[in-house]
Write a protein that binds this ligand. Structure first.
Ligand code: PMP
Length: 432
């Protein structure tokens, strides 16, 4: 047996089965877009630790900042003693992600916690309790975040779930457009949104709507532009706060700090994690100052909110992203991936859709070229075949019928081409 197989066998014996795993790859070291496994084999990384290493594995300035901070202090708790790295990161976030004239920030450790706190803040700010969310949504695995998450297999036997959560169908243009054009589709979906006031929940009791402008785990489904504008209007009419979850779509993935900047639609509160810290657990809730300040003192926080090590890692990540112009790189990489996959789509009716914003690109498999017939069998084969050929890649979607590309954005042209070639071979193999 290889060292990788041995490690995997040890995992099976001691780690709870519920901790799922996409493939059998292992890691000894990682740099840029390359993972070196415990047998010394090089793998190209199209998964990026589930969208966490947009700035690459172990960017030098980030590693250096962590080392330096580790020599000073590791922890005091920001609830007890104030430290500058926390303040500095909040200042930087408020600058790149402004929410109106006056923006405030709170830090936590994970995406799910950011979502939990966004909901708590929205409820306190509005003094209302109901939350609207969407099918296909993923917001995390803590109790409220899991309740907001749509896919049932994430929550078997985990209830009772949080009350006062209502779900609308996500306006998934690819799957549900039928014979309608975009304008008609959006018109119908907005009608459904307004009808929710009649048949789902009284908007007077709704604190917030939470949406991923481009769904991540749900299969990289972008909200149609006019729908997001209409949703903003609906929220304004009813005094509902609009929360955008940018945990997977943020930090240069779509060529912006947040994908709402691409839409030009302003959230009241937004959530960030993943690539913000280049792998260290750090997450943020960013919002309009008046809303953020509505949370009572002591009602948001915790022992590990904004660890100093994680704060300096995030600040160094932001600086590095600016220095190497990572947003621009994302657009370039996205174009290469799109061209290549769209070319492939033309040759195979099993590929129903190739879509994306910037470098957040997915490929969806269907049966008989029909968007309503997701093909769930193909992706697991491709993911496995790719891992054997040296490419780590993830699937996504309610039906697990999409492959998503979340490679580091510092990937070289050569690595990208090689990765796409491995993917192409495996797609062709799985389709035949
Ligand atoms: N929201 C979105 C959009 C996500 O993609 C994720 C993670 N996949 C989360 C929330 C939860 O983040 P975490 O895993 O850090 O709790």
């Amino acid at each position: 047996v290889t060292k990788s197989q041995d490690l995997f066998n040890r995992r099976k014996k001691v780690v709870a089965n519920g901790v799922g795993v996409f493939n059998t790859a292992t890691v000894m070291e990682a740099k840029g877009a390359i993972i070196i496994d415990v047998d010394g084999r090089e793998l190209i990384d199209f998964a990026g630790g589930i969208g966490v290493v947009n700035a690459g594995h172990c960017p030098e300035p980030v590693v250096e900042a962590i080392r330096e901070q580790a020599g000073k202090y590791l922890h005091t708790s920001f609830n007890v003693v104030t430290y500058e790295p926390y303040i500095q990161l909040c200042e930087e976030l408020a600058e790149i992600l402004p929410h109106g004239d006056n923006t405030k920030v709170m830090l936590v450790s994970t995406g799910a916690e950011a979502v939990e706190n966004a909901i708590k803040i929205a409820r306190q700010a509005t003094k209302k309790s109901a939350i609207l969310c969407f099918t296909g949504a993923y917001h995390g695995r803590t109790m409220m975040a899991m309740t907001l998450t749509s896919k049932v297999s994430y929550k078997y036997d985990c209830g009772p779930f949080s009350p006062e959560v209502y779900r609308l169908p996500f306006p998934n243009f690819y799957r549900y457009r039928g014979t309608r054009d975009m304008d008609k589709f959006v018109e119908d979906e907005l009608k459904r949104l307004y009808e929710s006031a009649l048949n789902l929940v009284d908007p007077k009791s709704v604190a917030a709507v939470i949406i991923e402008p481009i769904q991540g785990e749900g299969g990289f489904n972008p909200v149609p532009q006019k729908y997001l504008e209409g949703l903003r209007g609906f929220c304004d009419e009813h005094g509902i706060l609009l929360i955008m979850d940018e945990i997977q779509s943020g930090f240069c993935r779509t060529g912006h700090w947040a994908s709402w900047q691409h839409y030009g639609v302003q959230p009241d509160i937004s959530t960030y994690a993943k690539s913000m810290g280049s792998g260290l657990p750090i997450a943020a809730v960013v919002g309009r100052a008046d809303i953020m300040d509505a949370a009572a003192i002591g009602s948001i926080g915790g022992t590990y909110i904004g660890s100093p090590i994680c704060c300096v890692a995030a600040s160094a990540t932001i600086k590095y992203m600016k220095d190497i112009n990572l947003n621009e790189k994302a657009i370039k990489i996205g174009n290469v991936i799109m061209d290549r996959l769209q070319h492939l789509m033309k040759q195979h009716s099993e590929i129903g859709d190739v879509r994306g914003v910037g470098a957040m690109v997915a490929i969806e498999f269907v049966k008989n070229g029909d968007p309503r017939q997701p093909n769930s069998e193909i992706c697991p084969q491709i993911v496995k075949g790719c891992a054997e050929d040296g490419l780590v890649i993830l699937s996504a979607g309610t039906y697990k019928n999409a492959l998503r590309i979340l490679s580091p954005l510092v990937i070289t042209e050569e690595q990208l081409e090689k990765g796409l070639s491995i993917l192409e071979v495996q797609i062709k193999k799985a389709i035949k």
